[in-house]
Design a protein around this ligand. Structure first.
Ligand code: BV8
Ligand code: ZN
Length: 251
């Protein structure tokens, strides 16, 4: 059980001491890591879900039923994300992957901010909002389009002219097995951190349990308690863009 009453000051120093001797460190991030950059989270107070009931929209069935509505939601998110910059949490994590051979990041986020911060060997479980692919799977390779506003909504496949879809993983869709395998490999680590995620989406949240069972010291960094809080060895409460920066100064 994490010591919930440990003032974060002591928790941060204790975690820094562990990190200083750690060989392999894995950080699994969620929407909370991008919140300070202005990207809405899915379930928080400003939640994307609350405004657009994302669980109704981020599915192949929703796209089948109303591709225009789903694309309006993605076009709105893309335009919003295009104006966002990586924050201190992205920067600290990127520097960790550059300074340490086996300190790595797995992300659920589709906003590309970890990549833009320079994170090395990023494992992305749910794809990228800046990628598109053919809805009919005509054989056209997925392509990137980073324009803040698309000339046509829904966009078209350049090869067959049919509907294009966002290059993300929707609910009810399988993750890319290579990404799942890469994430699994990273659960073999000394310290596993859940940063800015409500830990409700699987298989992503399951990697915490895998890391735990492989002997990792597990940590949660979040502004509130989540499903992971009762599982981790240590919970550090506070905005992750601050707590990661404070932790980094202690390394
Ligand atoms: C799969 C891409 C199987 C799209 C996303 C019933 C039917 C069908 C499936 C299921 C089912 N029951 C369970 C499932 C499985 C389902 C699932 O887990 N559902 C949940 C909701 C119960 N999973 C799936 O469907 C997955 N696929 O299982 O396939 C299969 C196998 C074979 C063949 C076919 C199928 C696919 C899941 C991927 C879904 N796609 N995103 C898009 O973005 O449009 S998930 C979406 O949620 C985002 O990626 C997001 O990252 C992710 C997780 O959410 P969080 O990142 O945690 O964000 P959230 O808002 O929830 O929390 C933010 C946290 O940050 C909060 O805790 C908050 O306190 C904190 N915070 C906020 N600010 C800060 C902060 N913390 C620190 N500092 C701050 N400043
Ligand atoms: Zn096509």
């Amino acid at each position: 059980m994490p010591d919930q009453h440990q003032p974060d000051e002591r928790a941060l120093s204790a975690l820094a001491a562990r990190l200083r001797t750690a060989r392999a460190v894995t950080v699994l991030t969620g929407a909370g890591v991008s919140a300070a950059s202005g990207v809405p989270t899915f379930r928080g107070a400003d939640g994307l879900w609350r405004n657009f009931s994302a669980s109704d929209l981020a599915t192949p069935e929703a796209f089948e039923r109303d591709p225009h509505l789903v694309w309006e939601w993605y076009a709105w998110r893309r335009a919003l994300m295009a104006a966002c910059q990586p924050n201190a949490a992205h920067q600290v994590l990127a520097s960790w992957t550059q300074r340490h051979e086996r300190w790595r990041v797995i992300t659920q986020n589709v906003d590309d901010l970890h990549l833009r911060a320079g994170t090395r060997d990023l494992v992305r479980l749910h794809g990228s909002i800046w990628k598109l692919r053919c809805w009919r799977d005509c054989g056209c390779a997925p392509w990137r389009d980073e324009r803040a506003s698309l000339p046509e909504v829904p966009p078209r496949c350049p090869q067959c002219g049919g509907l294009a879809r966002p290059g993300v993983v929707w609910f009810g869709e399988a993750l890319d097995p290579d990404d799942v395998a890469a994430a699994h490999r990273l659960t073999d680590c000394d310290v596993f951190v859940m940063a800015g995620t409500s830990a409700v989406v699987y298989p992503a949240a399951g990697f915490l349990h895998q890391a735990h069972s492989r002997g990792a010291f597990t940590v949660e960094m979040n502004v509130e308690a989540t499903d992971a809080t009762r599982v981790v060895d240590m919970a550090i409460h506070g905005p992750v863009e601050q707590t990661l920066a404070e932790l980094d100064t202690r390394l």
